[in-house]
Design a protein around this ligand. Structure first.
Ligand code: NI
Length: 228
């Protein structure tokens, strides 16, 4: 699956509103929230977790994803980490690293397991050079550079980096998903099955008994694999 892309999660109008707030926000050194190993390679800026604007925009993203059937089918989200915002400029980069497995939610007693990592792009690709999200997968390195408002979803188990931004500014939201299905292969099979069933339902198979049975298989697999 590495990585899945979602187009136009936010409209261009929403992106403009986000950017008006973010361009005026107070940014601080991103190394503050990096794990010990990642700190050495992280050169970017972030907005403080407790900043009102980060909370409000983050809530807007989480609400939007709640109404996104394809995201829900792919991620099977159990809990979503409150989105954070980052900014890369002037050679800013986040070198090859892995995301921590357990993410503490600041100001709460909660800790999430990171199963999936998400980048929601808030700058257009022509606003900056470099800044490619590079994810190491079994088929080599996958590079992502996507329009503002679109989103990349990839397994948190992968090694990845953000290449240096050599011109302009790259702004994005990023966060993690704890999934009902922890195992990437199981989750990907369920997503494939779900998409196939949806396609059959939309076509001639809507009233086929076999489609109903396949739907049963989907839910029974989810029952076996969901972690409660
Ligand atoms: Ni990362």
């Amino acid at each position: 699956m590495t990585p899945l892309l979602f187009d136009a999660v936010l409209s261009k109008d929403e992106v403009r509103q986000f950017r008006a707030h973010l361009d005026a926000a107070e940014w601080q050194d991103g190394a503050a929230t990096a794990g010990e190993m990642a700190r050495d390679v992280k050169r970017n800026q972030q907005i403080a977790d407790e900043a009102r604007i980060a909370i409000d925009l983050g809530n807007h993203i989480v609400r939007t994803l709640g109404e996104h059937p394809r995201f829900t089918a792919a991620a099977l989200p159990r809990r979503i980490f409150p989105p954070r915002f980052n900014r890369y400029a002037d050679g800013g980069t986040y070198g090859m690293h892995v995301d921590s497995a357990l993410m503490r939610v600041a100001g709460t007693p909660h800790t999430l397991r990171s199963d999936l990592s998400v980048t929601l792009f808030l700058s257009e690709p022509d606003e900056y050079d470099g800044g490619t999200l590079e994810i190491v997968g079994s088929a080599g390195i996958q590079s992502v550079r996507a329009p503002a408002g679109s989103m990349a979803l990839y397994p948190s188990t992968s090694v990845h980096r953000v290449a240096p931004v050599t011109r302009g500014v790259r702004i994005a939201a990023f966060f993690w998903v704890e999934s009902w299905v922890r195992d990437n292969a199981e989750r990907e099979l369920l997503f494939e099955l779900d998409e196939s069933i949806q396609a059959l339902r939309a076509g001639s198979g809507a009233h086929e008994p076999a489609v109903l049975r396949l739907t049963g298989v989907y839910h029974n697999l989810l029952r076996r694999w969901a972690i409660t």
